[in-house]
Ligand binder design. Structure first.
Ligand code: NAD
Length: 488
């Protein structure tokens, strides 16, 4: 069935398009205009999806046939590749992502699906002859229906990041994706639904908010939840899921520090600092939002970074010249600006004010120019709390120990970056940082083979890496005494 033929972006449940009682408008954040409408998921839609996934888990070969799973995941990867242009286009229109950033997001999907197709084949248990004639084995079995909840800022990459290992493990899944990306969700559902050999009900996609998501979290028929979103919501979900003794993976917020040491190559480092701030308009869990600069190079950094940030071309995804797209909603533009105003009133010094674009052709959209504030008080909210917009704070340090202490003085621990040409400093600092990912002279490079996730309030568990599948697996120890004792 064609995506456009559905008119209203609908849920994909049990291999069929399903409507809801309530329809809402999808908005282009670059213009404020309506681009379509969508079915807003309610608890009954989530229940219908859980029922479909439960039936598929019990009645199809999905949970027992790993060769089928691997084949289907590879085909799904091919489908995502074939539909890349459509997915990039809808991410531009609905999510505001400029073309290279949309392409970056979509490219994750086939890679992640292929990696998990391999895991579906290679994921095996262990066994041992524990003593003569006595055999123990651990069999790995899928937990059942997996509930997947992803945020609006990267629905394709993050939805697939959870879906692929769930399916590889033999689980069936219900994805609850956010209303801000309803058109993208529906296109993803179409791509998934077109995958040959995928039994109906194995992968269900609904667009819904916290109400349908909450049903997934509380349902006793959903034993595993893979959640990506804010730390506040993650805490609520973790607490609610505990009532049902669920398996929960939480990928949460961040406040990524970027540490610039005196020997850093600034010509190389500062453009990376700019990217770390403006990719997805600062609406990225790994947004580089805290710049820690050695005092010896602070003056150069202030001057050069101001010049680079002033030159960032902000505009709609439709304009190929745009380097940074809009913020997701007008409400968020106002929220971000209030955070900046509050910081300035508490002593933050403005280096680049940036702010909402209120004149000219972009004024109808939700645009916010990059902002750089210098602060000395690490306890300020602008330093401690996720802004989720293109706002960077700069602080200076005078020693390696001080840099590490400042970087770690936060509840978050998702990621960090260290810039230095020294041989010893980067590794020593990386080992001291409380962060799940640390890049040296780089930022936000992720690979499916390597774990991604957060220390502290940035999360529980890991996505990607060889252990990603464990979130969706039950381990069963079977002890055999099957007459193995050697004949006398
Ligand atoms: P959010 O926590 O508000 O919502 C995330 C998802 O959870 C949405 O789909 C929402 O509908 C759903 N939801 C909200 N309340 C719920 C509840 N009580 N029960 C069940 N579902 C519920 O986050 P957001 O604003 O959509 O996304 C931005 C946040 O996500 C930022 O904090 C960002 O750092 C974080 N994030 C983390 C990662 C990561 O990999 N660590 C990646 C991307 C985004």
């Amino acid at each position: 069935m064609s995506h456009t033929a559905t008119k209203v972006a609908m849920h994909w449940i049990g291999g069929q398009w399903v409507d809801s009682h309530e329809h809402r408008d999808s908005i282009n954040p670059a213009t404020g205009e309506t681009i379509g409408s969508y079915a807003m998921g309610a608890p009954e839609d989530a229940q219908r999806a859980i029922d479909a996934a439960t039936r598929a888990f019990r009645e199809t070969d999905w949970r027992t046939d790993r060769a089928l799973r691997s084949r289907v995941l590879i085909r799904m990867a091919e489908r995502f590749e074939e539909r890349t242009d459509d997915l990039v286009e809808i991410l531009g229109l609905e999510n505001g992502k400029v073309h290279p950033q949309g392409a970056l997001e979509v490219a994750f999907a086939p890679e992640t699906l292929r990696f998990n197709a391999a895991l579906a084949l290679t994921d095996v248990g262990t066994n041992s002859v524990v003593s003569a004639g006595e055999l123990s084995m651990v069999v790995r079995q899928p937990v059942g229906v997996a509930g997947i909840i992803a945020p609006w800022n990267s629905p394709v990459a993050l939805g697939i990041r959870s879906l692929a290992p769930a399916l590889a493990a033999g689980c069936t899944a219900v994805m609850n994706l956010p209303r801000q990306t309803a058109q993208t969700n529906s296109l993803m559902a179409e791509v998934i639904g077109e995958t040959k050999g995928l039994p109906p009900g194995v992968a269900n996609v609904i667009t819904g908010g916290h109400v349908s998501g909450d049903l997934l979290v509380r349902s006793p028929e959903v034993p595993a939840i893979s959640f990506t979103g804010s730390t506040g919501t993650g805490a609520q979900i973790g607490a609610a899921a505990a009532d049902n003794f669920k398996r929960v993976g939480l990928e949460l917020g961040g406040k990524t520090p970027l540490l610039l040491f005196p020997d850093a190559d600034l010509d190389q480092a500062l453009p990376i600092v700019v990217s770390a701030l403006i990719v997805f308009s600062g609406q990225f869990c790994m947004t580089g939002s805290r710049l820690l600069v050695h005092e010896q190079i602070a003056e150069d950094v202030r001057r050069d970074l101001a010049r680079l940030l002033d030159a960032v071309k902000v505009g709609p995804a439709a304009d190929p010249e745009s380097e940074m797209g809009p913020i997701i909603s007008r409400h968020d533009v106002e929220r971000i600006d209030n955070v900046v105003e509050d910081a300035v009133s508490r002593g933050a010094e403005v280096i680049v004010r940036g702010g909402p674009i209120t004149d000219g052709p972009l004024a109808a959209g939700f645009f916010y120019r990059p902002t750089l504030l210098e602060v000395s008080d690490n306890s300020l909210s602008i330093v401690q709390d996720e802004v989720f917009g293109p706002v960077l704070t700069m602080q200076t340090f005078s020693s390696e120990a001080e840099a590490i202490a400042l970087a770690n003085e936060t509840i978050y621990g998702l990621s960090a970056a260290v810039f230095s040409r020294d041989v010893d400093i980067p590794l020593r600092v990386a080992l001291g940082l409380e962060a799940g990912s640390v890049w040296v002279n780089d930022w936000a490079k992720l690979h499916d083979q390597f774990e991604e996730g957060g220390f502290k309030a940035s999360g529980v568990g890991r996505m990607r890496g060889f252990s990603v599948i464990d979130d969706f697996i039950e381990f069963k120890h079977i002890r055999l005494q099957p007459g193995l004792t050697p004949a006398a």
